[in-house]
Design a protein around this ligand. Sequence first.
Ligand code: 5AD
Ligand code: SF4
Length: 465
Amino acid sequence: MDISNFPDAAGAANEVRQMLGGARPGVYVLTFGCQQNEADSERLLGAARSMGFLPVEKPEQASLILINTCAIREHAELKALSVIGQFKHLKSEDPSRIIGVCGCMSAEPARVEQFKSSYPYVSFTLQPGAADQLAQMVLNAMRSGKRFFSVPEQSAKIAEGIEPVRRFRHKAWVSVMYGCNNFCSYCIVPYVRGRERSRSREAILKEVRQLIADGCRDITLLGQNVNSYAGSCDFPTLLRDVASLPGEFLVRFMTSHPKDASPQLLRVMADCPKVAPHLHLPLQSGSDRILREMNRKYTREHYLGIVADFRRAVPHASLTTDLIVGFPGETEEDFEATLQVMRQARFDMIYSFLYSPRRGTPAADRPDQVPDDIKRERMQRLLRLQDELAGSIAAGYLGKTVRVLSDGPSKDGASGLYSGRTGGNKLVHYDGLPDDIGRFIDVEIDRCEPFALYGTAVRTGTDAG
Ligand code: 5AD
Ligand code: SF4
């Protein structure tokens, strides 16, 4: 790729404007997948903005369309491919439009080949997290009209200095590390996101301080496995440092790998009132044999030990998890073991997934794949059990008053209700007021469903926060 004559941000903005005939061009980013991708998209938008692009609401308003893809399961990939296909007519409508595919699918050689050969309206692919290379890609595509596909080496450096365009003012994601070294046998992430790289403690604290100054009240420290953060301090120390900053806010973190969830982490959660009382601790399976074959490096007993320590250290906190149903070789007995751990751990919420074979991962090549109908039947049973458990946990909130950070009008459009999240990340619907958004509101709970609580705001006449 020709990177000579590559201008700075102001130069890039001028050049883009000239090439597009003067007006300020639009950029549209569509995001699939996890919170890490959401955070990456905010950085992609930031990089595009510094080239002069203006974020727009609809793809047809944009001169630059970016699709930030997810490769974790086949379903996510098929959805992205179908949406990219729908952008074909936008390119024919305006051939100067640039369409770029970013994120995890653009780090899979076979997919890159597919974009190159079967999606002629895609101008380039860009590695996950490589927002610093966006300007270069866009300018090269615009200048030459050529297409750029490569699977470059994952860069070890982390590009600082890109000002993200954030979706919300009152809540934000802050990446503390990128990549993963764990190579769970089902997972594609280490292949597409590369090895672990940690941001510096100073850069993270600077970003968090700025967020708090800008009115942010809920900050999530993000990484594939935050517990292996390795800046100039370890993760519990970083978390304590963030939670010690002045201001009214909560700090969350995800994801924690059970093999690295340390007593120090629980200590910080217990000590610091600004650390949200919520631990997301992916179990994946309750069977020791399956855990071993998944290369998870812990046993069910170790996992339950962390849960017991967590319950003691942070009473009334939320515990959530990820579960995979139908990993190769999973027997009825293995699956029962997962249900058993669910009964013991009593998760407030689970994210459950049908195992999806990912090309290039060890588990995908196994001959003992579980048939789809068995996977689905097990999933139904797992969801039924979780419904029961979540229902009984939720019932414990009846009549209690919880503190909620208001997100504004409820997404489901339920008549006039507002919604927000508790420190434990529980969804609460309540009778909101326009000023509530981004504020902490006390809500007395009068109805409990497995997935949401309903209640009435307790207002003191002044700021309820
Ligand atoms: N199939 C199904 N679920 C998967 N996950 C990761 N890889 C796969 C796969 N191949 C799930 C794990 C992980 C979550 C983010 O996605 O549960 O914790
Ligand atoms: Fe995937 Fe395991 Fe890394 Fe999580 S810890 S991203 S499941 S390899």
